[in-house]
Design a protein around this ligand. Structure first.
Ligand SMILES: Nc1nc2c(c(=O)[nH]1)N[C@H]1C(S)=C(S)[C@@H](COP(=O)(O)O)O[C@H]1N2
Ligand SMILES: [Mo]
Length: 204
């Protein structure tokens, strides 16, 4: 039996429905760290961080850390899937739903169809606007009950758990609403424009 089939078979022993593991993935209890470039350093009080919402929104604006903290927060528990084939079950994130952030900007203009996330140091990733309007698309600032560690994207990352995890920008600084799809960093380098793990949309 291969590593992958043994790994999949061991899910049932743990009481986890194997259907939660997308094709071609293995589960891990570790939390691998994956990114290009260096981990940016931010002040622990959030004073040198902000999130700008721009493009096709009624009232483009920036949120300071303190302003983000005043928005309604919630916790989600969700599975995440990296295109490098690891999946992690029941990860716990706290933050603000992207749609609640968007509402603070007066909402999307009718022409908006996609978003482009931009992180500190310039990493970008794109996805349809509809994919970040759901219950689980979070502007997240806590993992497992503690501030997100810098290596995992702290102070703030996006979490869009139903797509491969490269769609969840760490060190999030900006989200632009667009009237077209604009490939981000990995999408320009051969990754799929959408990235549904259950359809194995790894490459474009
Ligand atoms: N800013 C930034 N965000 C990023 C990346 C990156 O290189 N830079 N890599 C992505 C990829 S490919 C993955 S799998 C996840 C990894 O998140 P983790 O290190 O917390 O596991 O972050 C995503 N977000
Ligand atoms: Mo990834």
């Amino acid at each position: 039996m291969s590593f992958f089939s043994r790994n999949r078979a061991s899910l049932a022993e743990r009481g986890i429905d194997p259907a939660r593991l997308p094709p071609g993935q293995y589960f891990t209890e570790r939390f691998p760290v994956l990114h290009v470039g260096d981990v940016p350093a931010f002040a622990t009080d959030g004073s040198d961080w902000s999130l700008t919402i721009g493009g096709l929104v009624a009232a483009p604006r920036a949120f300071s850390w303190d302003e983000l903290m005043t928005l309604p927060a919630l916790e989600i528990v969700t599975d995440i899937h990296c295109v490098t084939k690891w999946s992690k079950f029941d990860t716990r994130w706290r933050g603000v739903r992207f749609r609640d952030v968007l509402a603070e900007c007066g909402g999307a203009l009718p022409s908006a169809t996609h978003i482009l996330e931009t992180a500190e140091h310039g990493y970008t990733t794109n996805l349809p606007l509809a994919d970040v309007l759901g219950d689980d698309a979070l502007v997240a600032y806590e993992f497992d009950g503690a501030p997100i560690e810098p290596v995992h994207g702290g102070p703030v990352r996006l979490v869009v758990p139903h797509l491969y995890f490269w769609k969840s920008a760490k060190w999030l600084r900006r989200i632009d609403l667009l009237d077209h799809d604009e490939p981000g960093f990995w999408e320009r380098n051969g990754y799929h424009a959408y990235g549904d793990p259950f359809k194995e949309q790894r490459y474009g």
